[in-house]
Design a protein around this ligand. Structure first.
Ligand SMILES: Cc1ncc(COP(=O)(O)O)c(C=O)c1O
Length: 447
């Protein structure tokens, strides 16, 4: 391990030398704003100069404790020396050689490791470059294999921005507004959002009525014989870190199996150890038909993968492909990432996640505007409300909270309409989680 990574690993407190954004960050931001796409919606003025472990530094000498991980990507920590080493070593051999058309051991090694780890029995990997591209691959395979045109997805879901993925997505109107017509035959069904049940019921007396509602859709607007697949995130990410109850996926899977509908799990954000299991669906003890991920798999290198049951793979050569899937540098980075995750970081995510959750629950007891605390492992969020009884959402206070954290050297991020998410690298230590909780407590007092 390089000295720098180890040294940074021992740090416990952020350092704010100049109130961010300082003059150097401001200069970058001003220049960037002149050339940037107006489609970008930057959350707060963080300018990254470099990063190491759980720490991010700006050009003005400020050091932030990162609870965003570059939006759920650097699960092994920024610039993990073993990941950097794997990347550099491969870069010296060859950068690229189109793994869909030719052979190289890097792709085979990663495939073997993923097949071994997958929650899908006898899985076949298909490599992509992003989360959205993985969603597209899963939509295409599901239609190809089942010869059925329709899809079901959950309200509040996020599966990416390309046309197919956007058509499954329903977390915010802005993500769909003015892009219609979308891919047809997608039906969104009520999500298992127990804090705000879309069916106005209470868990557990509801008896999982949201799964029964799926059956109603299959009997009415989305005829079961026409539905290829049901897409779901194990924990809805962009929608607000919504954790389904333990019976949800087993009951849903039984229903889908009855109708020959595939269960597709989008583990782009929840996968790669984030929740304290390598794949989040393992918490529900269900074997999906297709699972896919991206983000944390490449620790920042763009690589994704779809893992599907072998018998679904009846597509002919050339039916689906890409140029950069299984890029050899991405493969070696992902291989090292998986080794680190399975070598202890998944376990740390579970342990530190419990500590974080317990601390956030204590803070909830002191601030009634924290309506809900939820998550698994280090995929954790708090929902901010005006009143715990009415549960009226309070996005203004939520936004202020994220910014108060930033000013104090803690990077958190928004999710849903009114939630703050905490997704630190999985290497985070007990002392560093204590700091997260201390700073969040100060920010709560400030708003
Ligand atoms: C659950 C989920 N699926 C898909 C995507 C899209 O991934 P990408 O931005 O790599 O296309 C995201 C991105 O946030 C995601 O959280």
């Amino acid at each position: 391990m390089s000295d720098r990574f180890a040294d940074y690993g021992r740090l416990t407190k952020p350092e704010i030398a100049v109130p961010p954004p300082g003059p150097k960050a401001k200069e970058v931001i001003e220049r960037e704003e002149k050339v940037a796409s107006p489609a970008h919606g930057r959350g707060y003025p963080l300018c990254v100069e470099r990063a190491c472990g759980v720490w991010v530094e700006d050009p003005d000498g400020n050091r932030f404790l990162d609870c965003t991980s570059g939006i759920g990507v650097v699960n092994v920590g920024h610039c993990h020396p073993e990941v950097v080493g794997a990347l550099v070593e491969q870069a010296g051999k060859f950068f690229h050689y189109c793994g869909a058309d030719f052979y190289y051991i890097q792709q085979t090694l990663l495939s073997e490791r993923l097949v071994e780890a997958a929650p899908v029995p006898d899985a076949v990997p298909f490599f992509t470059n992003s989360g959205a591209e993985s969603t597209e691959a899963a939509m295409k395979l599901a239609r190809y294999h089942t010869r059925r045109p329709r899809f079901l997805a959950l309200r509040g879901s996020f599966h990416g921005r390309t046309f197919g993925a956007m058509s499954l997505t329903s977390s915010k109107a802005v993500q769909r507004n003015r892009f219609a017509p979308l891919v047809p035959e997608v039906t969104h069904v009520p999500n298992p959002y127990c804090y705000r049940c879309p069916l106005r019921l209470e868990y557990p007396s509801c008896g999982l009525a949201c799964v029964d509602a799926v059956e109603e859709y299959l009997n009415t607007i989305a005829p079961a014989d026409e539905v290829a697949a049901f897409f779901a995130e194990p924990i809805q990410g962009e929608g607000g870190y919504i954790v389904p109850p333990p019976e949800y996926f087993p009951k849903l899977k039984a229903l889908l199996d009855k109708h020959g509908i595939l269960l597709v799990m989008d583990e782009v954000q929840a996968g790669n150890g984030r929740t304290g299991k390598l794949f989040a669906i393992e918490h529900w003890g269900v074997e999906p038909d297709i699972v896919y991920t991206a983000k944390g798999l490449g620790s920042g290198f763009p690589i994704g993968v779809m893992l599907s049951r072998r018998e679904l793979n009846d597509w002919e050569p050339g039916a689906h492909s890409n140029t950069y899937g299984a890029n050899p540098m991405g493969c070696m980075v992902a291989l090292k990432t998986l080794e680190l995750l399975q070598g202890g970081l998944v376990r740390n995510a579970a342990e530190r996640g419990e500590q974080l959750m317990a601390g956030l629950r204590e803070l909830q007891a002191r601030h009634d505007f924290i309506g809900d605390v939820r998550g698994k492992g280090l995929m954790t969020a708090v929902e901010i409300v005006k009143d715990p009884d009415t549960k009226e959402r309070d996005p203004e206070r939520r936004n202020a909270l994220v910014k108060e954290c930033f000013r104090r050297g803690l990077l958190t991020y928004y999710c849903g309409d009114n939630s703050v998410r905490f997704i630190p690298p999985l290497i985070i230590t007990r002392e560093q989680i204590d700091t997260v909780l201390e700073i969040f407590a100060e920010a709560l007092k400030a708003v």
